[in-house]
Design a protein around this ligand. Structure first.
Ligand code: FE2
Length: 434
């Protein structure tokens, strides 16, 4: 036995827990050997790494379904995004893109991946801008994907930030990006010059994906225009092509402005299509509503309603210190907390769902096989110093241990705060209440 985690509460998906504490045994080959009920009378094995969980939460790793590693850590370069809009952000990035080098992209992307790994994110889908004749970022991220392969899984989306039809040679660049190893085909229909070009861009993306057996993940309707309705096109293409759950619509913030009658019709279509939605609360709370006076719209997709309709929805971090978000560390529990408030998933039974939206629901977006702590699966997991998903969210804990394929990847001692209070001896404050 290589490792045993004793007495942990097991997250089984959807924010739910196994009925009692378990032991997770990791075999020498780095896979889960057994998951068995915890028995406090049983002696721990004499060999291998022993981790006493003391009732802490064990979960399959966090999954980041939507990030931009090529733009990360460029905030303020060459100038800050003064208006705070998506559109000025794209203009800032377009300028910064001119000075991209392989080393620059590799250094920034790798640094953010380190931050993510340290926080228990071991599966990442990054979008990569391919509206660049040199495809510098794509080649660099493909190199990073190979370098981290042993510990993390990185999916790269060929993302046409400045359009497929609206950017000179955009279609050719998409094909070239796929030929050079992109895992997923992207699109940005609401940015194309006309509605017709937006529709055509989605057809192109699906054709390319089908030809190469890839998934689709489009930035879709990321605008406060209630008439932006490309998600219905994406869902219909997914339905008719059979791509179904292999297709994802990211952002879909226009949905926050759709009327009730159209929303109702859309729920049925999205459920039938099987597509995933990714809501990015940091980016869109920041970027949307910038053209509104008051009342000012939240500018998020319909998270609660689509979940209730049976659509898979996940939360993504999106930007980390770039023209669209000056802050961020890639922390998935921060994303989930921001998302649950923004989407009002604050009911006692809804809070655990937010945890699932950065774990198993996000894993469905990436189409991960062998995700979860089950016998024979790779022993990849996080051990969180909290007894439940809701407590992990509330206290915003960092994993005590991050294990990737049986190897201990990161360790964070739980934070301890000592308080000196009038008329009391100094004590530790744990932010817990029975
Ligand atoms: Fe994005």
């Amino acid at each position: 036995m290589r490792m045993i985690v004793r007495g942990a509460r097991l997250h089984t998906g959807e924010g739910r827990l196994a009925p009692g504490p378990v032991d997770v045994e990791v075999a020498e080959d780095g896979r889960v050997a057994r998951v068995v009920p915890y028995d406090d009378q049983k002696e721990p094995p004499a060999t291998g790494t022993l981790i006493e969980a003391h009732g802490d939460l064990i979960s399959a790793p966090f999954v980041e379904p939507h990030i931009h590693l090529d733009t990360a850590l460029t905030a303020g370069e060459p100038r800050p995004n003064a208006s705070g809009t998506l559109w000025e952000g794209i203009a800032c990035w377009s300028e910064r893109k001119q000075s991209l080098t392989r080393e620059d992209v590799i250094a920034r992307a790798t640094e953010v991946l380190r931050w993510q790994a340290a926080q228990g994110v071991l599966y990442v889908r990054t979008h990569c801008d391919v509206t660049d004749d040199r495809l510098v970022a794509l080649d660099a991220l493909a190199e990073v994907r190979d370098r981290v392969r042993e510990v993390m899984t990185l999916q790269i989306v060929a993302f046409p930030q400045e359009g497929i039809l609206s950017f000179p040679g955009g279609g050719k660049l998409m094909s070239e990006a796929v030929a050079r190893g992109a895992d997923v085909v992207g699109a940005i229909p609401h940015f194309e010059d006309t509605r017709e070009d937006g529709v055509a861009s989605l057809h192109l993306a699906f054709e390319l994906a089908e030809r190469h057996g890839l998934r689709v993940d489009a930035h879709c309707d990321e605008i406060d225009d209630e008439q932006s309705r490309f998600v219905e096109v994406l869902a219909t293409l997914a339905l008719r092509s059979g791509l179904g759950g292999r297709a994802t619509a990211s952002h879909t913030t226009a949905m926050g402005s759709y009327n009730g009658a159209y929303s109702y019709k859309l729920q049925r279509l999205l459920r039938r299509s099987g597509i995933n939605l990714v809501c990015n609360p940091f980016a869109n709370l920041n970027l949307q509503g910038r053209f509104d006076g008051y009342p000012r719209r939240r500018g998020l997709t319909q998270v609660k309603e689509m979940l209730a309709a049976g659509v898979n929805v996940a939360f993504g971090h999106d930007d980390v210190m770039d023209p669209w978000n000056a802050l961020g560390t890639g922390n998935p529990l921060q994303t989930a907390l921001m998302g649950l408030y923004a989407a009002q998933l604050t009911g006692a039974d809804e809070i655990p769902t937010a945890f699932s939206m950065v774990t198993d629901r996000a894993a469905r977006v990436l189409g991960l096989e062998e995700y979860g702590i089950t016998e024979g699966a790779p022993a990849s997991f996080v051990l969180l110093p909290a007894p439940s998903p809701a407590e992990a969210l509330r206290r915003q804990v960092r994993p005590r241990h991050v294990v990737s394929r049986g190897h201990l990847l990161a360790t964070t001692p739980p934070a301890a705060t000592h308080l000196t209070w009038p008329d009391e001896p100094p004590r530790e404050v744990t932010f817990t209440h029975p």
